[in-house]
Design a protein around this ligand. Structure first.
Ligand code: ADP
Length: 260
């Protein structure tokens, strides 16, 4: 384990970051950013100083979900990441672009360098838990990020319409290679609860998450429904004010991680 620290990049010397949790998925669009945001919101509500590093630079949706903008565009940016209304530190490539609709068309090495800069050049003050919204997939780009930032735990987001067993197998391999524990699986878009008949409909088919969780000995942390209200708060930049939460025990899980 001692070798691991050799190739990790050090954060800025003024930063203080206690634990880093990476959120991964097999592909884009399964709700990884939304889960990252909800995890940060939940821990922030529980009284921890929380930060989000948006490493999903080709689909950076975190600032929008929190309604965070950069006020002095065109001018040099402060060394401190912007804070959301409830005090979550957020850094994302969208906060650096002149227009947040600008596309980001970069190759892997540039993406991982950008992420390294977020980690090194910004001062993350007093952070108990930093959540990293990882680039989608389990290929080279997320791997490079894992090789440069020392991560303490991984959370995997899946949806029922995917080849979940393959994705989990790949993520498990990646985690083993990096010697990082997997803290659990989150199944997003599991069902839709009909507001008129109150029944739960499995829009994307039956879930296999339990069998897979048993196979790999990983916990299922949450099953999140498809909820139009959730999509709306993301669009309106008000995710912090969404009342529900599916991660009531996440603080205990993160505490246990520290004792591993
Ligand atoms: P990813 O990070 O995996 O690419 P996002 O978190 O950006 O995916 O989600 C993609 C889109 O789907 C977003 O517009 C988001 O608001 C919406 N979405 C994700 N999960 C849900 C859900 N459970 N209910 C409703 N909308 C959702």
């Amino acid at each position: 384990k001692t070798e691991r620290t050799d190739f990790f990049e050090k954060p800025n010397e003024l930063s203080s970051i206690k634990k880093v949790i990476a959120v991964v998925s097999g592909k884009g669009g399964v709700g990884k950013s939304l889960v990252t945001s909800m995890l940060a919101v939940t821990m922030n509500r529980k009284g921890y100083n929380t930060a989000i590093l948006d490493a999903d630079v080709t689909g950076p949706s975190i600032p929008k979900a929190f309604g965070v903008h950069r006020e002095n565009k065109g001018k040099e940016m402060s060394a401190y990441p912007p804070k959301s209304s409830t005090g979550i530190d957020i850094m994302s490539v969208n906060l650096l672009l002149e227009h947040d609709t600008d596309p980001v068309i970069w190759r892997g090495p540039i993406i991982s360098n950008m992420v390294k800069q977020f980690w090194q050049d910004f001062v993350w003050t007093n952070v108990d838990y930093m959540f990293i919204d990882m680039p989608p997939g389990t290929g080279d780009v997320p791997l490079t990020v894992f090789q440069s930032i020392k991560v303490d735990g991984i959370i995997i987001v899946t949806s029922p319409q995917e080849l979940v067993s393959m994705i989990v197998a790949k993520a498990v391999k990646m985690a083993q290679r990096m010697n990082v524990p997997i803290l659990g699986l989150v199944e997003n878009m599991s069902y839709f609860k009909c507001p008129s008949c109150n029944q739960e409909h499995k829009i994307f088919g039956e879930s296999h998450i339990d069998q897979i969780a048993t196979k790999y000995n990983i916990d299922v942390l949450a099953r999140m429904p498809i909820d139009p209200k959730l999509a709306k708060v993301c669009d309106d930049g008000e995710i912090e004010f969404f009342e529900g939460s599916w991660f009531d025990h996440i603080d205990e899980i993160l505490k246990n991680m520290e004792e591993r």
